[in-house]
Design a protein around this ligand. Sequence first.
Ligand code: URP
Ligand code: ZN
Ligand code: ZN
Length: 462
Amino acid sequence: MSTLIKNGRIITSEQNYICDIFIENEKITLISENLNMQADTVIDAKNKYVIPGGIDVHTHLDMTSGTVTSTDDFYTGTRAAAFGGTTSIIDFAAQPKGKSFREGLAIWKEKAKGKATIDYGFHMTITELTEERINEMTEMVNEGVTSFKLFLAYPGVLMVDDATIFKAMKKSVKIGALICMHAENGMVIDEIVKETVAAGNLSPVYHALSRPTYAEAEATHRAIALAHMAGAPVYIVHLTCNDALEEVAAARAKGLPAFAETCPQYLFHSIDEMDTPDFEGAKLVFSPPLREKWNQEKLWLGLEQNILQVVATDHCPFNFKGQKDLGINDFTKIPNGGPSIENRLQLTFHGGVLENRISLNRWVEINSTNPAKIFGMYPQKGNISIGSDADIVIWDPEVEHIISAKTHHMNVDYSMYEGIKVKGNADTVLLRGKVIVQNNEFKGIAGNGNFIKRTPFGSAFV
Ligand code: URP
Ligand code: ZN
Ligand code: ZN
């Protein structure tokens, strides 16, 4: 099967030029001006940008937490991602308590099987680390699971101690894996939560107020210090605020391999939106939480200045009715997480490129190229070059779109961005050369997404 994309403006992390692209057998085989070869499909991309497919390295599809399960499974979640121009995700598989990584990976592979419509990989969440599990980290890397997440938050549930993190980091250096850290000081937060509840402060905004920015900054500092002692790179997930950003900036200024992502919710929302009388604030309950509004501009600057390398979504959707409302009388019972998988490219294009905060190249870099490099998928993904997978988004920079739960494709009863008007959207989306979205219609197939066997030592290329 062959496809010819004509007249588009190709934007990569480094280039911006008008050219045609020829695709055969899932790969880009030719990039040149005025290509006139026969092709099974010809797409005219005149006046549009042609970019590498978006890569969202932080999603939670079909994830059970306590009594609730995130509402997007690997079909609805990846379909929604495709509508927004994302062609690969890395979801979080979890080590079941007391069991092996292998068992966790098998469970998550089963969840994706026959459902994923775009390509997917997995990080492995470590919940405990015995000698046997340390050895098993090598096996995971050989399986293409080259990153692990550990938590400094949620004592008694997911939190691990510093020695465990240090041991995982030391091992990661040997095998080329990357340790991803949820950086919040869980012990202190739990104390503040107890005080907050005892004082009778139970509405959603108190979730955010009981998780101060210093709890995030301290944990970010500690994660980086542990990595430094272990001689390892580290990747901070879902960074929200200037206090934590300064820790990453200081580490990078010293030349340490510290990397970090932020998420659209932290760029577009702030804590003042949570203090509403009608429980609406529950739609914005996730951890780490929203911050004071001035942090948003600092995060955009962090993205521009390469203190932050990636925008990912932390997509973890729970319905407002039936799930979020479990915490109607007590914020500690509100499921943590929000939906974004469909909106990442739209929001960062509008808020970043059109509002002159980042360049077009940087937009591609933080949404596709850096995720591919850091997580061992480059140059197969994250680029438009000969030999790369033909994961391509034809982006219409002029089309306007009002984000709404009435029209989005995520399987969740609200939008975190309801009513926000954005300019720019995915027009046509190709996964390994096959059109999966066109004319606002889904043409993908459940099960056509492939497992991405990622390579180790990816972060060395950033
Ligand atoms: O509140 C959040 N972020 N839920 C998803 C789990 C996590 O910590 O990433
Ligand atoms: Zn987390
Ligand atoms: Zn997450």
